[in-house]
Write a protein that binds this ligand. Structure first.
Ligand SMILES: Nc1ncnc2c1ncn2[C@@H]1O[C@H](COP(=O)(O)OP(=O)(O)OP(=O)(O)O)[C@@H](O)[C@H]1O
Ligand SMILES: [Mg+2]
Length: 387
């Protein structure tokens, strides 16, 4: 029997836990008509919190309404790819909408002045215009049938900024022209922050923000129960509690725990073929923690500055929340300096302020992961003299 759990980035899970409200809001925005605020949205949150699968789910809502959905990743040349996709759309009928560059106009610039534009600026302006034209052409047809276009843009990051500007210019026009469109983009919190704070992209600040976080354990438990029973096994109340608690409500961990527990129940059918036992659950949780380290903690730490990592290592010496003043001491820095990193880590959803003057880990099992890695011991050794 195929394993129903999907611990793979971007893979739609058997049950999308705890996100009904977001989906309902987007459905409302689609049905509410042109200009509904929820049609311009950005989705942020830590790695593995479910941004990509959220984009997929939002796309499904639009598809159900017969919208055209274009999913893109904000890697280099995404504007070009969007334009190509729009032009390849079925039932097009009209020829290319590329304008000869001589007839392009850039806001506030006489046509003649264009030869003076730098090539990058020129390309950006051309992309914005071509994209807008391609959208308009497509929308002219779709809107007759009350349909629209949703564009989702995943993995938005600092390097996407120049192209985001072209996209934003075009989007702004399309919205102003009251076209039947929706845009949703997603990225890590700090990345999206950079984009939102860019001067040229100010209008994106008005976009609705969905900061995805942990999901309630009761819903996690219910999802385990449904998924396990619908796939021909049974788990008792204790086992379900154990599975749910081990996830800490972190979406990626739901799939990891489910996957490895299910796998163990297939390999080790100590009791019966149809039962997912507490032993299976415990073994699954053990495996899941190891995988979480490889797949989430490792990459998350790699993406931090050396000082950011040191800050986390200093936190890992505590068994619970850490006083920010203690951390500064351990880092041998003043509080102001240490707080710069505290702020960054909070922004990245890696830690959170648990109470005034205290921080704790937000990514589950990160403390254990840090403790198991050599750097922790090294630091501990260095500090043992000073404490
Ligand atoms: N609400 C949810 N309920 C259950 N499982 C989920 C949920 N959201 C995401 N998952 C699962 O978590 C994993 C990670 O999801 P996804 O790849 O969408 O995260 P992400 O936020 O895009 O991560 P990254 O920042 O690395 O791109 C996938 O295995 C997915 O099936
Ligand atoms: Mg993703």
């Amino acid at each position: 029997m195929a394993n129903p759990f999907k611990p793979t980035a971007g893979m739609t899970p058997p049950v999308l836990v705890g996100r009904q409200r977001d989906l309902d809001d987007f459905s409302y925005a689609l049905d509410d008509g042109v200009g509904a605020p929820g049609r311009l949205m950005y989705v942020t949150g830590a790695r593995g919190v479910g941004k990509t699968v959220m984009l997929n789910a939002l796309g499904d809502l639009a598809r159900q309404r017969k919208w055209q959905v274009i999913d893109e990743t904000a890697e280099s040349k995404f504007m070009q790819r969007l334009i190509e996709t729009l032009r390849q759309s079925p039932r097009r009928g009209i020829g290319s909408v590329t304008l000869p560059s001589a007839s392009m106009s850039v806001a506030g610039t006489p046509v003649d002045a264009q030869v003076n534009l730098g090539s990058v600026e020129f390309e950006a302006a051309e992309h914005a215009l071509n994209f807008r034209m391609a959208m308009t052409e497509r929308l002219d047809k779709l809107e007759k049938k009350n349909r629209g276009i949703l564009i989702t843009l995943d993995e938005v990051q600092a390097s996407s900024l120049p192209e985001m500007r072209s996209l934003a210019t075009a989007v702004q026009h399309l919205i102003r022209e009251r076209r039947n469109v929706a845009f949703v983009f997603a990225g890590l919190p700090s990345m999206v922050e950079d984009v939102i704070n860019d001067d040229v992209l100010t209008f994106l600040r008005r976009a609705e923000r969905r900061h995805l976080g942990d999901v309630p354990l009761a819903e996690v438990r219910k999802a385990f129960q449904e998924t396990i029973t619908q796939n021909g096994k049974h788990a008792d109340a204790d086992t379900l509690d154990t599975l749910a608690q081990a996830t800490n409500g972190y979406p990626f961990m739901i799939q990891l725990v489910g996957y490895w527990a299910w796998r163990d129940s297939q390999a080790n059918t100590r009791d019966s073929q149809d039962e997912l036992t507490i032993e299976n659950a415990c073994e699954g949780i053990k495996q899941a923690k190891i995988k979480l380290g490889d797949m989430v903690h490792g990459p998350a730490l790699d993406g931090l500055s050396a000082m950011g990592r040191d800050y986390l290592l200093a936190m890992a010496q505590d068994d619970g929340p850490s006083a920010t003043s203690d951390i500064a001491k351990r880092l041998e820095r003043d509080l102001g300096y240490a707080n710069v990193y505290r702020t960054q880590l909070i922004k990245e959803d890696i830690i959170y302020q648990s109470s005034y003057g205290y921080v704790d880990f937000k990514l589950p099992y990160l403390r254990d992961y840090l403790r198991e890695h050599g750097a922790y011991h090294q630091m501990r050794k260095n500090l043992s003299g000073s404490e």
